[in-house]
Design a protein. Structure first.
Ligand code: HTL
Ligand code: MG
Length: 633
C-alpha cells in the first residue's frame, strides 16, 4: 500500500509525519506522470511543483486557508491530494476535471483561473477580507517566474507591499515561462543564484532566517540596523524594496526545507515572499531535458516517451508567412507575449531575431510596444491568442486604433480551444474588436487566404486583425510573397448560389456550411471572410433576392458576426428572415471542439437541421418553393 492510497481525504497530508513527506512526493510525481501519459496535459509544470504541493498540503488546510495558484496549470498534484485522484484521468476531457484550478470544481481551489498573473491581486483581496472580518485563516499565493512578468502581478505586489497584509507569496522560479523566461526581473533572479551570499544562505539558510525573524527592537541602534541591512542580501532586492519581505532562494525540491520555511514565514506579520528554485519537468528525464515540448504534453508512453509530433497547423502557416513577409520588408516585426511556440514563431525568431520581441506574459505591453513601433514607421505584427488579447483591449483602442496605426493583430486560437476550456475560449474577439473604429477584422478559410490577408494588411496599413482557429490546416506550397493572391479588402466570396436559403460562414464554419449544403440547389454558401468591413453590397443583394439567411460562427452570439449582419440589414431597412447559429450566452467548458460545435448548434449536422427548418418554413408558407428568385450575386 502506498502512502498516496491513504490520502483519500483532503487534509490527510496534514497528518503525515514529516519524514514521510519525501516519499509522498515521489509517489505523487509518479502518479502525475502516469496520469499525463494517459491524458496529456501540463506535465512539466506540475512535476516541478510536487514538493511544494506536498509541503503546502502538509501545512495548510485548503478547505479553510486560501492557497491561490497562479495560472493553475501546475496543480495536478494539488488535485490528486484534494479528493480528485480517481477522476484525474478525465482531466481536460469532455465532462472531466478542468485543467486548471476551478472553484466550482472543488472548495480546495481558491480561484478559478487559466490566465496568468492574477494570483497576487486575488490573494490580496482575500487577505483584506480576512483581516476585515478578523478571520483566522492563512492566505498563500503561488506564482511562477513567468506569471510574475505580467503587469497585473507587479501592480498587485505594489499594493501588497504598501498595505502589508499577512500573506505568503511563493515565487516558484524554474527559469521558464513556456519558453525561456524573459525580462529584467528574470535576469535579477539569475544573479541571486550566483551571488556568494546565496551559496552561503543555502548552507546556512535556516540560521539566516532565524536572524531575520528577530524583532526589529532587538536590532538596537540605527547603526546596527544599517549594518544589518548591509549584510542582509534582501536589502538589495526589488521585492524587499517594494515592501515585501524576501526569503530565498531555497531549493524547491527539498520538501523538508520548504516545510521549514513556510511554517516560520506563516508566523510573520505582513507579506513575505519565499523564492524557491525548481526545475520544470523535475523527475521525468525527457521533460527535464526539454521542458518546452513537455510544457503541454499529448498522451505518451511512459517507458518510451516520444513527444507527439504535431501536424501542420494554422500557427505554422502564420509563422512561415510572417517569416516571408519580414524577409521582403525590413520594417516588419513580430511581437509575442510569451507564446513563441504556440504562435508558430520558432522559425521566425531564428530568421529575424532583431525584429522579434517576446515581452513576457504582458499582452498590454505587446500591443502598446507595437503602437510605439508603428509610430516610428515600423510594421509590427502582434501575434496573440484570441483569449489573451482580452488583456490588451484598452491598448487596442487607446494606443492603436485612435490614431489608426499600422498594427496587424495575428489572432490565433480563435474559436473553441478544446482542453484548456472556459478560461481560454477564443470566442469573444469578434464582439470586442468589431466595435473598434478604424479596425478591420478578417478570417481566412485556407492558407491561401491567410497569406493574402496578412500581405494585404501590411500593404494597406491601419489596424487589421486576422484571426484563425486552433488546429490543423492543409499546407500549400511555398511561393514568393509577390506571387501571393490578393483579396479585395472587405469582399466576400459567393461559393455557391442557392434559391432559398444562403448560409453565411467565415473561417472554419464555411467548410461546415458547404458540408451541410451538400448539393442541394436550394442552399447557397458565402465565405463571409471580412467581418469588418462587411461586404454590404453582397449582403443586400442576398436580402433583396428574397432568400432566408443563416449565419454560422464559432463565437459568442451576443455581439458576434450574426449580430453584425442583423445590424447591417436593419440599417439598410431590410428584414429577411435570419437565423443565427453560434454560442449562446454561456461559458463553454473544456471538450472536443468538433463535438461541441454540434452540441452548441453550429456543426455541419446542426446547420443542416437549421436549413431543413428554413426550407420547410418556406414550403409551408408559399405552398411551393418559389424557385424563380435565385440569388444570382
Ligand atoms: N498569457 C496569459 C495572460 N495567461 C496565460 N496562461 C498564458 C499567456 C499562456 N501560458 C500558460 S502557462 C504559461 C503561459 C505563458 C507560462 C507560465 O510560466 P510560469 O509557470 O513560470 O508562471 P511554469 O509554466 O510552471 O514555469 C497557459 O496558458 C497554461
Ligand atoms: Mg516558470
Amino acid at each position: 500500500m502506498r502512502l498516496l492510497d491513504h490520502i483519500s481525504e483532503p487534509g490527510d497530508a496534514m497528518r503525515l509525519r514529516r519524514d514521510q513527506l519525501p516519499l509522498l512526493a515521489r509517489e505523487l510525481r509518479s502518479e502525475i506522470i502516469d496520469v499525463c501519459s494517459e491524458t496529456g496535459g501540463h506535465l512539466a509544470s506540475s512535476l516541478g511543483a510536487v514538493e511544494l504541493t506536498v509541503a503546502l498540503h502538509h501545512l495548510y488546510d485548503t478547505s479553510r486557508d486560501r492557497v491561490v495558484w497562479d495560472v493553475g496549470h501546475q496543480t495536478y498534484g494539488h488535485k490528486i491530494l484534494t479528493g480528485r485522484r480517481d477522476r484525474m484521468r478525465s482531466i481536460r476531457r469532455p465532462g472531466g476535471l478542468a485543467g486548471f484550478t476551478t472553484s466550482s470544481e472543488s472548495p480546495h481551489d481558491a480561484l478559478t483561473v487559466g490566465h496568468a498573473s492574477t494570483s497576487l491581486a486575488a490573494a490580496f483581496g482575500m487577505a483584506l477580507s480576512r483581516d476585515a472580518r478578523s478571520a483566522p485563516h492563512d492566505v498563500v499565493a503561488v506564482i511562477g517566474d513567468g506569471a510574475l512578468t505580467g503587469g497585473m502581478a507587479l501592480a498587485a505586489l505594489n499594493q501588497i507591499g504598501h498595505v502589508k497584509p499577512r500573506m505568503t507569496i511563493v515565487l516558484n522560479d524554474n527559469e521558464m515561462s513556456i519558453s525561456e523566461n524573459v525580462g529584467a526581473l528574470n535576469t535579477f533572479m539569475r544573479q541571486l543564484q550566483v551571488q556568494p551570499w546565496f551559496q552561503r544562505a543555502e548552507r546556512h539558510g535556516k540560521e539566516a532566517l532565524n536572524d531575520l525573524w528577530r524583532p526589529l527592537a532587538d536590532v538596537g541602534s540605527r547603526a546596527k540596523k544599517a549594518a544589518r541591512r548591509f549584510f542582509d542580501p534582501a536589502s538589495a532586492n526589488p521585492f524587499h524594496a517594494m515592501g515585501v519581505r524576501y526569503v530565498g532562494p531555497v531549493d524547491g525540491h527539498d520538501v523538508g526545507a520548504l516545510v521549514y520555511y513556510l511554517e516560520h514565514i506563516r508566523q510573520l506579520e505582513g507579506p513575505t515572499m519565499l523564492h524557491i528554485v525548481t526545475r520544470k519537468g523535475k523527475g521525468y528525464e525527457v521533460a527535464e531535458a526539454d521542458p518546452i515540448t513537455w510544457h503541454g504534453a499529448s498522451r505518451f508512453d511512459r517507458d518510451d516517451p516520444m513527444a507527439a509530433g504535431k501536424g501542420y497547423g494554422w500557427s505554422d502557416a502564420f509563422g512561415a508567412a510572417a517569416t516571408d513577409l519580414a524577409s521582403v520588408d525590413d520594417r516588419v516585426w513580430v511581437i509575442t507575449p510569451a507564446m513563441r511556440e504556440g504562435s508558430g514563431l520558432v522559425g521566425y525568431s531564428r530568421a529575424h531575431p532583431t525584429r522579434y520581441v517576446d515581452v513576457g506574459i504582458a499582452e498590454d505591453v505587446a500591443v502598446t510596444t507595437a503602437a510605439g513601433l508603428a509610430l516610428r514607421g515600423e510594421k509590427p505584427i502582434v501575434a496573440i491568442y484570441s483569449t489573451f488579447l482580452q488583456r490588451g483591449y484598452d491598448q487596442v483602442i487607446h494606443d492603436v486604433a485612435i490614431e489608426g496605426l499600422d498594427v496587424v493583430f495575428a489572432i490565433d486560437r480563435a474559436g473553441l480551444v478544446g482542453g484548456d476550456g472556459m478560461t481560454h475560449q477564443g470566442v469573444y474577439d469578434v464582439a470586442y474588436l468589431r466595435t473598434v473604429p478604424n479596425l478591420s477584422l478578417a478570417m481566412p478559410r485556407d492558407v491561401r487566404e491567410l497569406r493574402a490577408m496578412l500581405k494585404g494588411a501590411l500593404e494597406r496599413g491601419g489596424p487589421v486583425a486576422v484571426r484563425w482557429p486552433r488546429g490543423g490546416v492543409t499546407p500549400i506550397p511555398d511561393a514568393p510573397v509577390g506571387d501571393w493572391d490578393t483579396i479585395a479588402w472587405g469582399s466576400w466570396e459567393l461559393l455557391r448560389p442557392g434559391s432559398d436559403v444562403v448560409v453565411l460562414g467565415f473561417g472554419p464554419t464555411v467548410g461546415y456550411a458547404l458540408e451541410a449544403a451538400g448539393d442541394d440547389p436550394r442552399v447557397g454558401v458565402v465565405n463571409a471572410r471580412f467581418v469588418k468591413p462587411l461586404d454590404v453590397g453582397m449582403l443586400l443583394e442576398l436580402a433583396d433576392a428574397g432568400v432566408e439567411l443563416i449565419t454560422v460562427e464559432d463565437h459568442a452570439l451576443p455581439g458576434g458576426f450574426g449580430s453584425a449582419i442583423l445590424e447591417a440589414l436593419a440599417d439598410a431597412g431590410r428584414a429577411p428572415r435570419l437565423t443565427r447559429l453560434g454560442i449562446a450566452d454561456l461559458h463553454v467548458p473544456h471538450g472536443d471542439p468538433a463535438a461541441q460545435h454540434e452540441e452548441l448548434g453550429y456543426g455541419p449536422r446542426a446547420i443542416r437541421r437549421a436549413l431543413d427548418a428554413a426550407l420547410s418554413r418556406r414550403t409551408s408558407a408559399s405552398g411551393v418553393v418559389d424557385r424563380g428568385r435565385t440569388a444570382s450575386v
